[in-house]
Design a protein around this ligand. Structure first.
Ligand code: NAD
Length: 359
């Protein structure tokens, strides 16, 4: 069928030895960048996304347009749809899965807890079930989150630190995902690599994140709320630029070993790893605002408030020694440089001509 042809064409590597990757959450912020980077270096990429309406559907469709112009076809479907997933694995022999589909955001979990359980737990299990039965089994790299460190206050966070105090349902489902992944590695020999991303930002980013809606509100002259923690001053984040995260994802795909199982039979130990992907330099949110004011050439109207107990933690800071040693991960973009690129994209996409909003 036409659909099958599109799927096969998109997934076919253009270079010798190229990977064949299923990217879930392909029309998301990180998914778009990772898919395009893989395609550009010659890998085969098939996207999957349910285009949920958690944030501006027009932004997701615009990213899809960008993907299609780069030769990446995005199947519209849900990771909970076992029939669809099996069909994709029948049509294409995926060597790798880059699993980025999830219900993201910590505050929205108080409004719609079910969507977190559906996508981050049930959907992940469904994807692992189909992957374990695929022949060959794909190596899986998936997005966990720095939020798993929760109320842990020993910084910087390293992978061995405690993760038993999540501060949001989002964090709890991400933490559950790590445990679930481990069982599929242990029982079925699936190769699994988890990446704990730290506050990713950049062009084509997520409108629910502070740097994004601060930009929008500052431009509109609307008051922004900046949270302060009682003991540590301004809330701080280890903001990590999207291009650095993409390099980390590609590094993880390239170093992922083959799964050892096949058709659900365990043959030997396959790899299970978890890495921090951060920037190692936390920036107070007050500083984020100052940088945005400078880039936008506008003064922000600020309201300082104590950090409410709504799922946000006070401070994040990644120790990236492990990813540096094993994935060759090396973040290179500081917050001001990265925000400059974000603001340029934002102006082009939301206020400028179509031409300016291109890659
Ligand atoms: P995003 O919301 O932009 O992308 C996720 C995509 O997955 C969306 O396009 C959404 O439509 C899709 N999706 C959600 N549920 C789905 C389902 N059940 N079936 C199919 N598609 C589904 O988020 P993002 O910022 O690109 O995040 C990518 C991954 O990284 C997520 O797993 C997220 O939890 C994780 N993460 C992101 C950050 C960050 O700062 N951006 C930090 C830590 C972890």
């Amino acid at each position: 069928s036409h659909w099958e042809k599109q799927v096969r064409k998109s997934a076919r590597p253009r270079s010798r030895g190229g990977l064949t990757v299923l990217v879930t959450g392909a029309s998301g912020f990180v998914g778009t960048h990772v898919s395009i980077a893989l395609r550009r270096r010659g890998d085969g990429v098939l996207g999957l996304d349910n285009f949920n309406r958690y944030y501006d559907p027009k932004l997701k469709r615009a990213r899809q347009g960008l993907l299609e112009r780069s030769g990446v076809f995005v199947v519209e479907g849900d990771i909970n749809d076992a029939v669809l997933l099996k069909k994709l694995f029948d049509v294409v022999l995926f060597t790798h899965v880059m699993h980025l589909a999830a219900q993201a955001g910590v505050r929205y979990a108080m409004q719609n807890p079910g969507s977190y359980v559906n996508s981050n737990i049930a959907g992940f299990v469904n994807l692992l079930e189909v992957s374990k039965s695929a022949n060959p089994q794909p190596a899986i790299v998936w997005a966990s989150s720095s939020s798993v460190y929760g109320l842990n206050s020993k910084v910087p966070f390293s992978e061995k630190d405690r993760t038993d105090q999540p501060a949001s349902l989002y964090a709890a489902t991400k933490k559950a995902g790590e445990g679930i992944a481990h069982t599929y590695n242990h029982i079925y020999g699936l190769s699994l690599t988890g990446l704990r991303f730290f506050t990713v930002y950049g062009p084509w980013g997520r409108p629910d994140m502070a740097y994004f809606f601060f930009t929008k509100d500052i431009l509109k002259g609307k008051t922004i709320t900046v949270f302060e923690s009682p003991d540590k001053g301004s809330v701080a984040r280890d903001f990590t630029y999207i291009d650095d995260i993409v390099k980390g994802c590609l590094g993880a795909l390239d170093t992922a070993e083959k799964s050892t199982g096949s058709g659900g039979k365990k043959k030997g130990p396959a790899m299970f790893r978890i890495y921090n992907l951060g920037n190692t330099s936390p920036v107070p949110v007050t500083k984020l605002v100052t940088i945005l004011e400078k880039l936008l050439k506008m003064k922000a109207k600020k309201k300082i408030m104590p950090l409410p107990r709504n799922g946000d933690v006070e401070f994040t800071h990644a120790n990236i020694t492990l990813a540096q040693a094993e994935l060759g991960y090396k973040p290179a973009v500081d917050l001001e440089t990265g925000l400059k690129k974000f603001v340029k994209w934002y102006m082009g996409f939301y206020t400028g001509s179509k031409k300016k909003s291109s890659w």
